[in-house]
Design a protein around this ligand. Structure first.
Ligand SMILES: Nc1nc2c(ncn2[C@@H]2O[C@H](COP(=O)(O)OP(=O)(O)OP(=O)(O)O)[C@@H](O)[C@H]2O)c(=O)[nH]1
Length: 301
């Protein structure tokens, strides 16, 4: 029986230089690879994935709250609210070395509509370097009394671990957004995509054909319209297999391509254009060079 999993989104917000990146990096620890350039949407930018046991947090950035001064003009910007409204928790970071500034007030105002909808954790950071942390914290808390205050240093492992545990506990039940080993593996994004393509191809092929299939991603490009363009090759060993993979009227390859695209779009949360080609690579399974080229680094023989 499958064990229950818990997963959700957490936004880390706050004015510049308060320590958001430091905190995020230390929450993620060594296990997680930052995935910044890939899954970008206009509303949210993924900053990292944390998976611990059966719990997963996808940390997101909220463009618009990053530089609150810029957001002043369009303060009621619906997009900011929408981006924040569907996260499972907000971490609002402030700098305890100083009292609040107008920029902090702007962040507080932007968060106000979320009160009662999403837990807001007010993290007073740089506790190690603050002279009057209690006073500062009190002033920040007054900007948004509904937020749950805590003081820490993003550089303190134990304090960050406590915050991490609390955030993980806030995640609702649900399937992981990313494969469990995704963030931990040293796979490149292309290798990860190639594996998903191979999985979808194998599901739809019979007899010896599935094992003759290898996949490779040749190009990944972020298009201006927000679509992720992916060029991938599906290799087989013989022309007869190529015909099977393509299928009558190209039906089989279309099916494989669509399933792959759908899975990628669901995992990445963005539109994908998959440019898929079938090529014959004679006896690639017996060719050490081919194996290396196709990413089977050590599994010759
Ligand atoms: N003493 C101390 N310094 C910290 C702490 N957390 C972060 N810093 C320092 O504060 C500075 C800003 O940290 P960042 O993590 O870059 O801040 P940020 O909020 O991500 O900044 P932006 O990317 O400009 O929004 C860096 O020099 C950090 O080393 C802390 O807990 N204690």
């Amino acid at each position: 029986m499958a064990e229950k999993t818990y997963s959700g989104f957490v936004a880390i917000v706050g004015k510049p230089n308060v320590g958001k990146s430091t905190l995020l990096n230390n929450l993620l620890g060594v296990k997680v690879a930052p995935i910044s350039p890939r899954p970008q949407t206009t509303r949210k930018r993924l900053r990292g994935i944390l998976t611990e046991g059966r719990r997963q947090i996808v940390f997101v950035d909220t463009p618009g709250l990053h530089k609150p001064m810029d957001a002043l003009g369009e303060f009621m910007d619906q997009e900011v609210y929408e981006a924040l409204a569907d996260v499972n928790a907000v971490v609002w970071v402030v700098d305890l070395r100083h009292p609040p500034t107008p920029e902090d007030e702007l962040v507080a105002r932007a968060l106000k509509p979320l009160v009662g909808k999403v837990p807001i954790l007010l993290v007073g950071n740089k506790l190690d370097a603050a002279k009057y942390p209690e006073e500062a914290m009190k002033a920040y808390h007054e900007l948004l009394p509904e937020a749950e205050p805590r003081m820490l240093s993003a550089l303190d492992e134990r304090q960050v671990a406590e915050l991490k545990a609390d955030l993980l506990a806030l995640m609702p039940e649900g399937p992981f957004f990313y494969p469990e080993d995704y963030a931990k593996s040293d796979q490149t994004f292309g290798e990860w995509v190639a594996e998903i393509l191979r999985e979808e191809a194998m599901k739809r092929l019979w007899h010896e054909v599935p094992y003759a299939v290898a996949t490779k991603v040749e190009e990944v490009a972020e298009r201006e319209n927000g679509v992720l363009y992916i060029k991938a090759i599906l290799y087989v060993e013989r022309p007869s297999q190529k015909a099977i993979v393509i299928g009558e009227g190209g039906r089989k390859i279309k099916e494989i391509g669509q399933a792959t695209r759908k899975q990628l779009e669901a995992l990445l949360g963005k539109k994908v254009y998959l440019d898929l080609e079938v090529k014959v690579y004679p006896d690639w399974r017996k060719d050490p060079e081919a194996l290396r080229e196709l990413g089977y680094r050590s599994s010759v023989g």
